[in-house]
Design a protein. Structure first.
Length: 167
């Protein structure tokens, strides 16, 4: 699906609905790919050990496929403009407990959305231009702490007693 972006470039998106995962856990992974290029985002997701990374990777692949098939964009030239996770319905189940009681089991779901747009071309910056020189810091003179507390200044504490074993 294509959405008009604010800067005139089309924004491509993909949505996975009813994913059986806590939205809070999925948001932790979605934050890592926001603003990154597609190859970089794929690398981050591939090396993440969280289960949500697999689901978000599927949505990212779907969004790239949408961009390539429907808008003739190159997948490597895209940037993740938005990645967010919304709450879905919470499936509620009952578990039998002791003395005839019941406990509620909550199974949360979420909707994962990934939006991609074309990467900005940096035509204003020259690749051969020199980077500005970094400011040099003054050497630290406080390496030796002259205000260290002596044994008289430390607060008095009672010595620890060893526990005696009764025989």
């Amino acid at each position: 699906m294509s959405l008009p972006a604010t800067d005139g470039q089309p924004e491509v998106r993909a949505v996975a609905k009813w994913v059986r995962m806590s939205p809070r856990k999925a948001r932790l992974v979605a934050e890592h790919i926001r603003g990154r290029s597609v190859p970089e985002a794929r690398t981050v997701l591939a090396f993440s050990q969280r289960a949500a990374a697999r689901e978000i990777e599927k949505v990212l692949r779907s969004a790239v496929a949408n961009a390539e098939a429907n808008h003739d964009m190159l997948g490597d030239d895209l940037v993740v403009s938005a990645a967010y996770v919304d709450e879905g319905v919470v499936i509620k189940r009952i578990r039998a407990r002791a003395r005839g009681r019941a406990a509620q089991i909550r199974k949360p779901t979420c909707h994962i959305t990934v939006k991609l747009k074309q990467a900005q071309t940096r035509s204003t910056a020259r690749p051969d231009a020199e980077k500005p020189a970094e400011k040099k810091r003054a050497p630290r003179s406080d390496k030796t702490d002259t205000t260290a507390k002596t044994s008289e200044e430390k607060p008095n504490r009672a010595p620890r007693r060893k526990k005696e074993v009764a025989r």
